[in-house]
Design a protein around this ligand. Sequence first.
Ligand SMILES: CC(C)(COP(=O)(O)OP(=O)(O)OC[C@H]1O[C@@H](n2cnc3c(N)ncnc32)[C@H](O)[C@@H]1OP(=O)(O)O)[C@@H](O)C(=O)NCCC(=O)NCCS
Length: 281
Amino acid sequence: MSRYPEPTLAEVADWWTTGVTRIAPGEVEHRGVPVADIIGERDLVSAMYFLVLGEWPCTAHRDLLEAALVGSMDHGPQAPSIAVARMAATCGIGINNAMASAVNTLGDSHGGAAQQCVELLNDVVGYAEREGVTIDDATEVVVAIWRERSPYLPGFGHRFHPIDPRRGPLLGLVEAAVADRHVAGRHLTAALRVEAILAAQRTPVPMNIDGATAVIYAELGIAPELSRGFFVLSRSIGILAHAWEERSGGRRNKGPMPPAILPTYRPSAPIPDVSAPPAAP
Ligand SMILES: CC(C)(COP(=O)(O)OP(=O)(O)OC[C@H]1O[C@@H](n2cnc3c(N)ncnc32)[C@H](O)[C@@H]1OP(=O)(O)O)[C@@H](O)C(=O)NCCC(=O)NCCS
């Protein structure tokens, strides 16, 4: 005997209630718009924005989001996500499995810093509004608070690029959108102020791709976690390109390094057998 009462048909139908998509025989509708009115009428970025956020973007916002997505697509096999995509593709698994393996490497320290950077920039703008101070002054306070937790600020610094080549073009587009009053520019001001603070430290640390795209996401009012979702969508394109190229090369079972090079072997103390019963007291 179940402890739950017999569900009604309505309760079952309500289980996955959604405002995103409705289907019926011969019908597909996204957020109230028949798919036939979207196909051929709207570009992918607009349709994606609409599906995820529930409203059509204006052209300027669409262009900014598209620029962020284009900028994050790929960073070559030196990036863990791309290396994993290529290695997985040689293992005889399907393209979807290779892509999923690669996407699963994206997180706080690879590809995910835009999420925390949007949080940082939102903190600055929120503090400025609450306390009635300038964005520059708010940045000084919020950066000091964040640096008590970690000296590393998300969205700044790069292991490879002294200056990230994607930073300039992306920020240029945001500056133009601010000049045309399409976005307010407060998050941009905050990010530039953070960069100025980091430029004054012993090792200057300019904004990276995650920081520059975070400026766009934050200016568009996109939630921090969604920013990471958009990065994943964008990087999936590079992942697909590399998995496909590697697959087309025909090499099988490629390891992370050419077989002539082996990982350093440094025998360590024996690992204790945790399955052994505890010693009698
Ligand atoms: C990307 C990252 C790991 C590269 O680090 P790295 O080049 O190995 O830099 P190091 O850890 O050797 O740090 C070098 C110096 O720069 C400083 N620095 C590096 N990144 C910094 C950051 N994000 N914020 C503040 N200071 C930073 C370090 O404190 C260090 O200072 P010091 O010389 O006075 O000791 C690092 O910049 C970072 O963690 N950034 C934040 C996370 C992020 O945005 N990741 C996405 C990268 S695209």
